[in-house]
Design a protein around this ligand. Structure first.
Ligand code: GAR
Length: 201
C-alpha cells in the first residue's frame, strides 16, 4: 500500500472521505500519520477514532516557514511517507517541502483553478458572479494553487447561494474527487509531464 500523510488544519471532512475509502478497500494505501498545525482541529479526533497516528506541528515553535517545513519534512520522512495530502491544510509550503516530495504533494482547492486561488475561494466566486465553480485536485509547486491539475469537478452557483451553501455543494464533490485522485496515485496511474498530468486508463 502507498504510504500517505494527510495534513490538516480544521474539520477534516476530506480526511474522513479518504479514511472511509481506504477502509472500504477502494484505495490501496495506508495513512501513516495525520499532521495538524492546529491542536484543536476536529480532524485529529477523526484520525484517533480510526487508529491513525497524529502529530501536532505548530507554527509558533518555529521562527520562519523554512524552519517549520524542515521539521515537517523530518516528521514525514520518519513515517516513510510517499504521498503528502493537503486536506484543508491552511499553510503555504516553502520550496523545502516541495523539493523534498517532488510531484508527490497533492492539494484540494474549493474553486476551478486557475480561477480564485488563495483564501476564501467560495466568496471570491460569489463576489465575481460566476455561474459555475467547483473543486480542483492538483499537485503542489512553489506557487499558491498553481501546480499541475489532476482532477476537477464543476458545481452550479444558485442565485440565492451563500458562502455556506456553496461550500457545502463544493464539498460533496471534494469528497468524491479527492479519494479518486489518491486511488489513481496508489494504482500508479498518474504521470506528470511539465504542467500536464497524464492519467492512464
Ligand atoms: C476544503 O473545502 C478545502 O477545499 C479547503 O478547505 C476545506 C477543508 O475542509 N481548502 C482550502 O481552502 C485551501 N486553500 P475539511 O477540513 O472539512 O476537509
Amino acid at each position: 500500500p502507498l504510504k500517505l500523510a494527510v495534513l490538516v488544519s480544521g474539520n477534516g471532512s476530506n480526511l474522513q472521505a479518504i479514511i472511509d475509502a481506504i477502509e472500504a478497500g477502494s484505495i490501496n494505501a495506508r495513512i501513516t500519520c495525520v499532521v495538524s498545525n492546529n491542536p484543536d482541529a476536529f480532524a485529529l479526533k477523526r484520525a484517533i477514532k480510526h487508529g491513525v497516528t497524529t502529530v501536532i506541528h505548530q507554527n509558533q515553535n518555529f521562527s520562519n516557514r523554512r524552519e517549520y517545513d524542515s521539521a515537517l519534512v523530518q516528521i514525514l520522512k520518519d513515517h516513510e511517507v510517499e504521498l503528502v495530502i493537503l486536506a484543508g491544510f491552511m499553510r503555504l509550503l516553502s520550496e523545502i517541502m516541495v523539493n523534498a516530495f517532488p510531484h508527490a504533494i497533492v492539494n484540494i482547492h474549493p474553486a476551478l483553478l486557475p480561477a480564485f486561488p488563495g483564501l476564501h475561494a467560495q466568496k471570491q466566486a460569489l463576489d465575481y458572479g460566476v455561474r459555475y465553480s467547483g473543486c480542483t485536485v492538483h499537485l503542489v509547486d512553489c506557487g499558491t494553487d498553481t501546480g499541475p491539475i489532476i482532477l476537477q469537478a464543476v458545481v452550479p452557483i444558485e442565485h440565492n447561494d451563500t458562502e455556506e451553501t456553496l461550500s457545502a455543494r463544493i464539498q460533496r464533490e471534494e469528497h468524491r474527487c479527492f479519494p479518486e485522485a489518491i486511488r489513481l496515485f496508489a494504482d500508479g496511474k498518474i504521470q506528470v509531464n511539465g504542467r500536464h498530468v497524464h492519467i492512464s486508463p
